[in-house]
Design a protein around this ligand. Structure first.
Ligand code: IVH
Length: 676
């Protein structure tokens, strides 16, 4: 009998899955990619190709299923295989020694015990289950007995193996394995995410832990996937079969299976463990994630079990907490920054204070809603926290020491940079300065325009940008290309050579690829990633400027807000002038004619299509590409202007709309026949 297993394509599919999982491991766990992004993308493309031809071959552990889950309305409750315990705390070295004395009296084996010391990650506990090596369930800790099922969200974390072991080593995988770890967001990722949210006019997060929690509890896994979550595994909660007997062996075993492992140190004695813990505290600021202490664990799992549990805390391990990096100080003033999209962000001016060895004078206040919610007032004593390299932030006012004559804070009505009126957009937390000529915005915009991911003009830093704006040499980004030597020489600090170098750098930035041009425009919500998605769909700025909201929202990853921002941007005449000027200065790249759009006879020219239901031979994207590459347009909803509705199985309301409007309804086969 011929089975699918004999099919060479099936064999190739299995090989691709293994390869992709291996490269994910190299990249996300070991931080050591061994192939280029391009080569990786090719593997993924081939996998998708085979799976779309054979949907029945798709399995839940396929790398294509990382972001496959549907949005749910609420999370199901799940019982953990065993109770997910907590830890008791020690705050001083003497507390650790007292703990040691206590348990030594309970069991004399403690005197001979060895230890493992790990950082205590300030994240969210998760429990992952594997059956026959396949990831089957992810849950939050909940109350320790029952958690919430967040399987689809956990799957989006790329360092979580969907199948273990990750490579074909000879480790024997238990038939059932439940592991425990901590999900978190690194400090740099947290700052980048907040910056993006702020630019898009969205609420920023308070701290990395909060962000990790919020991201893991999103009902739509697509949102979780867009968050930079990571995970460290440190424990086997339960399992069937031959399991390690010490914490050290347990960690080594988890490592072999391919889990992203918590950093750890083995110590022969309690003295060694305490010294290791103190060393961790010293290095605390060098970590790129937040740790609120270290965990000292007795190495023998049997001894831990025998020592028993007090309440929810096992006696055999203890959390040695670092001193909190929180202090109180006086809030002297609330000021604001103006970003490149005009977002006005408040910040606190503090009475200088030391937090964890650093003098802090300013702190973020997130947005004006935050100030109102916490009722933070100028003159208050405030509780300030500094976490790693993250900009310090205000937690709350200290109400007990509030002055009697203090007044609630009123957000400013005028832009602090240009004095024009401030507006608030509906549904957004941010306040905006809407003055297109606001110098603060112009400076931020230019800074972005010339930056690495955009036009990448070397030597054009913030100082020079400010000089150019102050001297009125540059009124918009396109003016950069009409600078000449004479005008540059009029600026302080510019001599022949510096001016020449800058002009050369400006000249060589002409003709950068479309994705960089799009990014450089500074459209709200459009960063490097969205810009490159857009560049794949449009051959030049001209075409992009004509796109409708429907066209744009058909592109994966572009929601209605960003689509609206793009359409709005191209509607402003000032922006069109900038584009015109860029074109005249030969800054724009030639239209990309290599695109598929040009290869087929344009038989659908002028026709508008809508697709509904599930198609058999195409995915949605493929059908869209098929139509667009032949000159047709695909929109998201049926109107009188629709020429054809392509009908798949289980159609939505578009089907009845089309019928009532008398739109021609065709099947997938008929669509293909139109071409003949
Ligand atoms: S061991 C019986 N190790 O800290 C095992 N916990 O206050 C108990 N945590 O709820 C946990 N890093 O979420 C352990 N390396 C680590 C940890 C860790 C973070 C969290 C964990 C726990 C809490 C205890």
């Amino acid at each position: 009998m011929v089975t699918e297993k004999d099919d060479p394509q099936y064999q190739r599919l299995k090989e691709l899955r293994r390869e992709i999982a291996f490269h994910d491991y190299q990249y996300f766990v070991l931080d050591n990619p061994t192939i280029s992004d391009y080569e990786y993308d090719q593997l993924v493309k081939e996998l998708h190709q085979i799976e779309s031809e054979h949907p029945d071959w798709t399995t839940p552990d396929s790398p294509s299923q990382r972001v496959g889950g549907k949005a749910s309305e609420r999370f199901e409750k799940v019982e953990h295989p065993t109770a997910i315990l907590s830890l008791s705390n020690a705050f001083e070295e003497s507390d650790v020694r007292a703990w040691y004395e206590r348990i030594s009296r309970l069991d004399e084996r403690v005197k001979l015990a060895d230890y493992v010391v790990e950082p205590k990650i300030d994240g969210l506990t998760v429990v992952l289950q594997y059956r026959d090596g396949v990831f089957t369930e992810g849950a939050t800790r909940g109350d320790g007995l029952v958690g919430e099922k967040i399987t689809a969200n956990i799957k989006t974390i790329r360092s979580v193996p969907l199948r273990i072991p990750i490579d074909q080593t000879s480790v024997e995988v238990p038939a059932h394995l439940a592991v425990r770890g901590e999900a978190f967001i690194t400090l740099p990722d947290f700052e980048n995410l907040n910056m993006r949210l702020q630019e898009e006019g969205n609420k920023t997060y308070l701290n990395p832990r909060n962000t990790a929690a919020g991201s893991l509890r999103q009902l739509d896994p697509k949102l979780t996937a867009s968050r930079p979550l990571r995970i460290f595994i440190y424990d086997i909660v339960s399992g069937e079969g031959n399991l390690p007997e010490t914490q050290k062996e347990q960690l080594e075993f988890l490592d072999k299976l391919g889990f992203p492992l918590i950093p750890w140190e083995y110590c022969k004695t309690i003295e060694g463990a305490i010294q290791a813990a103190l060393k961790w505290e010293e290095r605390r600021n060098d970590l790129h994630y937040e740790a609120d202490g270290v965990v000292i664990k007795i190495n023998s799992l049997q001894l831990i079990a025998d020592l028993g549990v007090v309440g929810r805390d096992p006696r055999g391990a203890i959390a040695f907490k670092f001193p909190a990096k929180e202090v109180t100080t006086q809030l002297n003033d609330i000021r604001a920054n103006v970003g490149r999209t005009g977002v006005i962000t408040p910040y606190a001016v503090l009475e200088p204070v030391e937090i964890g060895g650093v003098i802090v004078k300013q702190a973020t206040l997130h947005n004006y809603d935050f100030i109102a919610e916490k009722d933070i007032r100028v003159g208050d004593r405030v509780l300030v926290k500094r976490a790693g390299d993250v900009i310090p932030y205000i937690i709350s006012p200290v109400l007990a020491s509030r002055k009697k004559d203090s007044q609630p804070y009123e957000p400013p009505a005028k832009c602090p940079a240009c004095g024009e009126t401030i507006e608030r957009l509906e549904g957004e937390v941010a306040y905006y300065c809407v003055n297109a000529a606001c110098p603060a915005q112009l400076i931020r915009n230019l800074e972005h325009f010339v930056s690495r991911g955009a036009m990448d003009i070397e030597g054009l830093g913030i100082r020079i940008v400010e000089q150019l704006v102050k001297a009125n040499l540059v009124l918009d980004a396109a003016d950069i290309y009409s600078l000449d030597k004479m005008s540059l020489l009029s600026l302080e600090g510019f001599a022949e050579k510096k001016a020449g170098n800058l002009l050369n750098a400006i000249e060589s930035s002409k003709g950068r690829p479309l994705s960089r041009i799009i990014n450089s425009l500074g459209i709200r919500g459009v960063g490097v990633r969205t810009a490159s998605d857009l560049a794949k769909h449009f051959s030049d700025l001209e075409e992009l400027s004509k796109a409708t909201i429907e066209d744009l929202t058909m592109i994966e990853g572009i929601g209605p807000n960003i689509a609206q921002a793009i359409v709005d941007w191209f509607q402003l005449s000032g922006n069109n002038q900038i584009i015109q000027k860029l074109r005249e200065a030969s800054v724009l790249p030639a239209a990309d004619l290599s695109r598929e759009t040009q290869r087929f006879p344009q038989i659908f020219e002028g026709l508008t299509f809508v697709i509904t239901g599930t198609l058999q031979q195409f995915t949605r994207d493929e059908a869209k590409q098929f139509i667009e590459s032949r000159g047709g347009k695909v929109t998201g909803s049926v109107s009188r202007k629709t020429d054809y509705l392509v009908l798949g199985s289980n159609p939505g309301s578009k089907f009845s709309n089309a019928k009532s409007l008398g739109v021609r309804i065709i099947s997938e086969d008929e669509l293909l026949k139109l071409e003949e």
